[in-house]
Design a binder for this molecule. Structure first.
Ligand code: PEP
Length: 249
């Protein structure tokens, strides 16, 4: 694929400001020669401002892990796209932990996507099936419903700013990654769906990244598949050396 791959770290609820700063100071040297891959750190809200100062002269980009769909108002504890737009470029939306623990639905995620795009943020939209759904041969149906539901009313033009992350729920944080073939099968299906929902060009140009126990020792195989355009990395992104190795793959 000619498009620039994207490797994003999802730190989840990890690292205080001091730890985040120490990570970036180490990590920036490990990836300073990388030009053909976009590297994004999706950090907790509390560390975003500090990290932003540190990455000014680097090839690292910044992302958030969630946002509310409204821009402001009486939503105690929430952060909006309007607040994030001056700090980050990317925002993870629809992560399976948000879907499962915080009961986020495709409809809600769709509203967040709409608001993110309005605020010129680039959503990393996560979709993926549970083990039970896979075992019941429901994977493609789930993927189709999630993709269509979350991208409802997203225009051709807005698709330029969308990254789709295929994250099989059973592979997240389990150490049991999808095989390159399993992942490729779903990535190819997503690309075909995008072609039907939009057109061939949009389908070809949308980055579809894989997430689920990606590690330095399996990244190369996964990233060499034709329809895998990068990775969303949880556990292995917490250590500068291992995330650096994945980015250098
Ligand atoms: C994730 O949470 O997006 C993820 C892919 O986690 P892990 O790499 O730990 O499976």
């Amino acid at each position: 694929m000619a498009m620039k791959p994207l490797i994003a770290a999802n730190w989840k609820m990890n690292k205080d400001i001091k730890e985040a700063v120490s990570f970036i100071n180490k990590f920036k040297n490990l990836i300073k020669n990388i030009k053909n891959t976009e590297i994004v750190i999706c950090a907790p809200f509390t560390s975003l401002s500090e990290i932003k100062k540190l990455i000014k002269t680097t090839n690292i980009k910044l992302g958030a892990q969630n946002m509310h769909f409204e821009e402001k108002g009486a939503f105690t504890g929430e952060i909006s796209g309007l607040m994030l737009k001056d700090i980050v470029e990317y925002v993870i939306l629809g992560h399976s932990e948000r879907r499962q623990i915080f009961h986020e639905t495709d409809d809600l995620i769709n509203k967040k996507i709409e608001s993110a795009l309005k605020n010129k943020l680039k959503p990393i939209l996560c979709i993926g099936e549970t083990l039970q759904q896979r075992n019941n041969n429901k994977t493609m149906k789930i993927i189709k419903n999630q993709l269509k539901g979350c991208l409802k009313n997203v225009s051709n033009d807005e698709m330029k700013n969308i990254v789709v992350a295929y994250e099989p729920v059973w592979a997240i944080g389990t150490g049991k990654n999808a095989t390159p073939e399993q992942a490729e099968e779903v990535h190819k299906f997503i690309r075909e769906l995008l072609s039907k929902m939009y057109n061939e060009t949009i389908s070809k140009n949308t980055r579809i990244i894989y997430g689920g126990s990606m590690k330095p020792n399996n990244a190369r195989e996964l990233l060499s598949m034709p329809n895998i355009n990068g990775g969303l990395v949880g556990g292995a992104s917490l250590d500068a050396k291992s995330f650096g190795e994945i980015c250098n793959t």
